[in-house]
Ligand binder design. Structure first.
Ligand SMILES: [Zn+2]
Ligand SMILES: [Zn+2]
Ligand SMILES: [Zn+2]
Ligand SMILES: [Zn+2]
Length: 372
């Protein structure tokens, strides 16, 4: 039996709420309703894929947008406005104000809220947002055939993995762990759509093995479907023949037991050796992979630290023969750029006008002229 709750007056003096304010939901309520709505759209997207790939894509994109907005909301409600300086709280809380695009939301999370969103995650979120726009504005043909559906499944798997990593990392969503697990189980069902493609690729995978090369398990679609190319060094390029996963595979040798440890650029550096359980530090990885000139007190000031935009690691990138690799997340690139503003290196290059706009790690000189 439940008794009606009395207003709790034991919590000290209550803050006076004006009539105007009482009409708004609180920021906390709005966060919860954005998040609930995001989970609903995600479920509809997954459940509705077979019936309508088009609506599934639209709903998936809306879900991502709502999660980003919910996270931004925890910084300040006005950051959700297209133009925060013209903020009108009444209009916003009534749902009548123009709000940010996914691209703006990502920019504000990075630059204002200083929330780390890996570049690869931003990329897939924006790809899904663009796909949604195309689907809304144009009639598509082919999206309901097997190939069209496989592409959408692959996109959603990648989008969900990126989103899940952020939701698990962001404390604001710690009350939603069971819903995250629930969505994860539903996403597992998506693999069924890729089974046919995996079967069709078996000959190609066999030929790769016959040629003496390695096949790995895909960190994204979980099929044994990643072709690892032969490499003279510890780093080899790897690509899945079933989904859109492209990355690199890194082979390390355990200092303690001598076992080979296969890692990939999707999961990053493992904490310990899977055979003997001894821990693997970033310094150990750096020692194994760095083939560049070691940094000594003599050349310390000539040395350019190279940062990693994928995991926002500072100075975590080292030279490995012809390429550069991040010793934290294992992202690789054939090149790096030097920021015209902060003079630090960035894996994969910096924007052309970096002196003005900066890199992923600084705001550039433009920050000085901004009037916010
Ligand atoms: Zn895959
Ligand atoms: Zn070991
Ligand atoms: Zn990294
Ligand atoms: Zn910079």
């Amino acid at each position: 039996m439940t008794t009606p709750k009395k207003a709790d007056s034991s919590q000290g003096p209550t803050k006076k709420v004006s009539k105007r304010e009482a009409a708004f939901p609180s920021e906390k309520e709005l966060f919860s309703s954005l998040t609930d709505s995001a989970f609903e759209f995600l479920e509809t997207a997954i459940d509705g894929l077979l019936a309508s790939p088009k609506f599934s894509t639209v709903h998936f994109a809306i879900a991502i947008e709502l999660f980003l907005k919910a996270r931004l909301m925890r910084e300040h409600w006005s950051l959700l406005l297209d133009k925060p300086d013209q903020g009108d709280k009444a209009a916003f809380f009534k749902g009548e104000a123009k709000t940010v695009s996914p691209e703006q939301a990502l920019q504000r999370l990075k630059k204002i809220a200083v929330v780390q969103v890996p570049q690869s995650s931003s990329d897939i979120f924006l790809k899904i947002a663009q796909h949604r726009n195309k689907m809304v504005h144009f009639v598509h043909v082919g999206e309901t055939d097997d190939q069209g559906r496989e592409e959408i499944v692959s996109e959603q798997l990648e989008g969900w993995m990126a989103l899940r990593a952020l939701l698990e990392e962001w404390d604001e969503f710690r009350g939603y762990r069971s819903r995250i697990r629930h969505i994860n189980r539903k996403m597992e069902g998506h693999r069924g759509f890729l089974q046919k493609k995996f079967e069709a690729k078996k000959c190609e995978l066999q030929a790769h093995t016959d040629a003496g090369m390695h096949i790995s398990s895909c960190p994204m679609c979980k099929f044994q479907s990643v072709k690892v190319e032969n490499s003279a060094s510890a780093i080899a390029s790897a690509s899945c023949v079933v989904c859109s996963y492209r990355g690199s595979e890194i082979t390390l040798t355990c200092d303690d037991c001598g076992a080979k440890i296969r890692c990939n650029s999707y999961d990053g550096r493992p904490d310990c050796c899977p055979t003997c359980d001894s821990s693997i530090s970033r310094d150990q990885v750096e020692e194994k992979l760095n083939t560049g000139e070691p940094v000594t007190p003599d050349n310390y000031f000539d040395h350019t630290p190279i940062n990693c935009p994928s995991c926002t690691g500072m100075g975590t990138v080292v030279e490995h023969y012809e390429i550069y690799v991040c010793t934290e997340c294992f992202s690789t690139d054939s090149d790096y750029g030097i920021c015209g503003h902060c003079s630090e290196g960035q894996l994969g290059g910096v924007p052309e006008d970096s002196a003005f706009v900066g890199c992923e790690f600084c705001d550039g000189s433009a920050a000085r002229y901004r009037d916010d």
